[in-house]
Design a protein around this ligand. Structure first.
Ligand SMILES: Nc1ncnc2c1ncn2[C@@H]1O[C@H](COP(=O)(O)OP(=O)(O)OP(=O)(O)O)[C@@H](O)[C@H]1O
Length: 685
């Protein structure tokens, strides 16, 4: 009886929604996907939860089980437990539940974005317009919870960058600009078009506008299915309302919108078409929002108190209260009952559920027309990435000035301290000293500065790579390329000025060898910096780890420790110390066959060769050999850095038994009945 009432209400609300939405959608549908969603099921019955017939994406999922197994303890942590549901075009579905209930995990599962982690297993059936195994990154958009955007680019520049990489390559720049302006208008961002995104240091657009820009970057290629993780988090209630209004508007234009949301205010709750309430990874309620949901909760003994926000009430009911032992056991029992109750009602309605496969015509064009296809070419993403990095660096004027000022300062200090050295016995020590400082300074300057570059962009680049906008090579080369004017050239200018201020060895041949070694060392330092940059997971780690690595190389540079006194266990480090090879080559260039005057006051007299052999122990060193080693290191570190970046690419779990082509016709009609390994899992929560 209760279930009859509920499905009647469902049907009437669905029909009402259909009637309202059909006209609005026809002229201005954002969707490029040509898939007919039938109005009725095979026996003429109205389909459950249906928004409206027409074009768009219908998503169905059943028996989703997401577990993290612990082979040592022989237990499995069940993060999603047999979750089923569906959503249609023109519907805004909210995944709601207390913290840790599995909202993000469910959203990620539906979007094909569950991060690949060790021992994580995802099973179940996931159908897009009745088809399994669809590449979700090609048919949908995913808006991350954190707005990963470059702070110093404007709203227009941010969207234009994405448009150039995500829209078809044969579209003219003008057409792409028009599309960007279209999205800006749709998202009500006109006034912020030329405002910077901003960050803690630079004033930019508001939080709500930033969120809408994030949504905009995902809308440019006109996806019909939009996933949004916690779109209102961190926003005040007015901004949250605006952002949700935007999502509602997108749904009403024919898109299918799924978002996770923590605690919506009542005006936001009223915008929702469907809700899935999650508790402890299971479903407590899955159906129409609004009155339908209130009726369900009233029927099971939890009516919404008068004047209360229904969303708050539902969350209160499905939350486990850990404050006291008694409240904890009571609330756990309540949640268990609600989960069991929903599981039973889902079993009852399973036979009526879901569109039969045969009535969903998946047009092949879907996979290409909505795709953020990503650029297979190297040159275009490379140039766009260089341009963006350059823009960001140039606009960070204070940081840029500080960098150059430090170089001028050190040039002045070293130049004055070692001013115009003579070619006498005293200068042997001083020349060795300045050459060592040069080698050290190049290493510190290039490695440490660059080690922060990639971690600073990590989140943005992860998002863009997850959307297939470009692959690792153009990104890496662009990052390397941009270091040339910003890190390499200032260092080289500083090196040259020092050469002439301090009167290092005369002769153009020695000057060019000195310059060549410095250039090589600089590039090796940049490569080590990029390798660290690619390996470090956060910006905060870079200032601690990078100097420690450079100091390690420094210790084995042949200046602080005599080669013979190196401990065996650490002796190998000298073979990878690029500072050692550079310092040796600089010394050989400076001292080999050089004459130094000797006065009667000098107790010992060295010429260049004896200084090299007896004092520095570099008698056997050949400049060309060291340069070859440095060049090899440069290539090796770069290959390693690219491999690390490639290895750390966004990787997502696939459904293990999602191939519905292997399912029987009955199972296809009724995916809820498909058995999964969820039956044998322990619930450890
Ligand atoms: N890869 C993982 N390894 C271990 N535990 C995980 C993993 N992913 C999710 N979890 C756990 O699964 C539970 C659900 O996580 P999820 O992020 O989906 O919850 P949520 O409802 O979105 O929470 P919140 O509202 O706080 O963001 C949490 O307890 C979380 O710690």
């Amino acid at each position: 009886m209760e279930s009859e009432n509920s499905s009647e209400a469902q049907v009437s609300l669905a029909l009402q929604a259909n009637a309202e939405d059909t006209t609005a959608s026809e002229d201005k549908a954002l969707s490029l996907v040509a898939v007919e969603i039938p109005e009725t099921g095979p026996e003429g019955d109205t389909l459950p939860h249906q928004g409206a017939p027409g074009k768009g994406i219908n998503l169905q999922w059943s028996n989703l089980v997401y577990t993290i197994e612990d082979p040592q303890k022989k237990t499995s942590r069940c993060i999603l437990d047999n979750v089923s549901g569906e959503v249609y075009p023109k519907q805004l579905l909210a995944l709601m539940g207390p913290s840790g209930s599995g909202k993000t995990s469910l959203l990620n599962s539906l979007a094909g974005r569950v991060p690949q982690t060790k021992n994580a297993v995802l099973t179940g059936t996931h159908l897009v317009n009745g088809n399994s195994g669809v590449n979700m990154s090609k048919v949908s958009a995913y808006v991350l919870q954190d707005d990963a955007l470059f702070a110093l680019s404007t709203v227009f520049e941010t969207l234009m960058f994405t448009a150039q990489l995500r829209l078809p390559g044969d579209l003219s720049v003008k057409a792409k600009e028009e599309r960007v302006m279209e999205v800006i208008t749709e998202l009500n961002l006109i006034e912020a078009t030329h405002t910077s995104i901003g960050n803690d240091r630079v004033r930019g657009v508001s939080g709500g506008e930033r969120k809408r820009v994030s949504i905009g970057t995902e809308l440019l290629h006109k996806p019909s299915l939009i996933f949004c993780d916690e779109p209102t988090s961190g926003l005040d209630s007015f901004q949250a309302q605006n952002v949700m209004g935007t999502l509602k508007e997108l749904a009403s234009r024919g898109n299918t919108v799924v978002c996770s949301i923590h605690q919506p205010r009542s005006s936001i709750y009223n915008m929702l078409d469907l809700i899935v309430l999650l508790a402890q990874g299971g479903v407590v309620y899955n159906g129409l929002a609004g009155e339908e949901c209130e009726v369900y909760f009233a029927a099971i003994g939890y009516p919404v108190p008068k004047g209360f926000n229904p969303a708050d009430h539902f969350l209160d009911v499905i939350c486990v209260d850990h404050r006291t032992e008694e409240s904890s056991s009571q609330s756990k029992a309540r949640v268990e009952t609600l989960l069991t109750r929903h599981a039973q009602s889902a079993d009852d309605s399973a036979s009526k559920s879901l569109i039969p496969q045969s009535s969903c015509k998946l047009v092949n064009a879907m996979l290409t027309s909505t795709a953020g296809a990503g650029h297979s070419s190297f040159l275009i993403p490379f140039m766009l990435l260089v341009r963006r990095s350059w823009r960001e660096q140039m606009r960070d004027f204070v940081a840029l000035c500080m960098k150059y000022l430090m170089n001028v300062f050190f040039t002045a200090v070293f130049g004055i301290v070692y001013w115009r050295m003579a070619f006498d016995q005293v200068s042997l020590q001083n020349r060795t000293g300045i050459l060592f400082f040069q080698a050290m300074n190049q290493a510190f300057g290039s490695t440490i500065g660059i080690s922060q570059v990639i971690p600073r962009q990590l989140q943005i680049v992860w998002r863009e790579r997850a959307s297939n906008m470009y692959n690792v090579l153009p990104y890496y080369c662009a990052t390397m390329f941009i270091t040339i004017p910003l890190e390499f050239l200032p260092q080289i200018v500083y090196t040259l000025v020092i050469y002439f201020m301090t009167n290092l060895r005369n002769g153009w041949d020695h000057f060019f060898i000195y310059l060549g070694v410095m250039v090589l060392e600089n590039f090796v330092g940049i490569s080590v910096g990029l390798l660290l940059s690619a390996s470090l997971p956060s910006v905060e780690m870079a200032p601690n780890i990078a100097p420690a690595i450079v100091i390690l190389f420094l210790m084995f540079s042949g200046y602080f420790l005599n080669e013979e006194s190196l401990p065996d266990v650490l002796g190998w480090l000298k073979y990878i110390s690029f500072i050692l090879y550079s310092f040796q080559a600089l010394c050989v260039n400076e001292f080999k066959d050089a004459k130094f005057s000797c006065s009667s006051e000098d107790q010992v007299c060295y010429d260049g060769n004896t200084w090299l052999e007896s004092y520095l122990k570099f008698g056997e060193v050949k400049i060309y050999e060291n340069c070859i080693i440095l060049a090899g290191m440069m290539v090796g570190w770069n290959i390693l850095a690219v491999s690390v970046l490639q290895f750390n690419r966004p990787r997502f779990l696939n459904f293990q038994n999602a191939d519905s082509s292997k399912l029987s016709p009955t199972e296809l009609k009724n995916p809820v009945a498909v058995k999964t390994s969820g039956d044998i899992l322990n619930f450890v929560n």
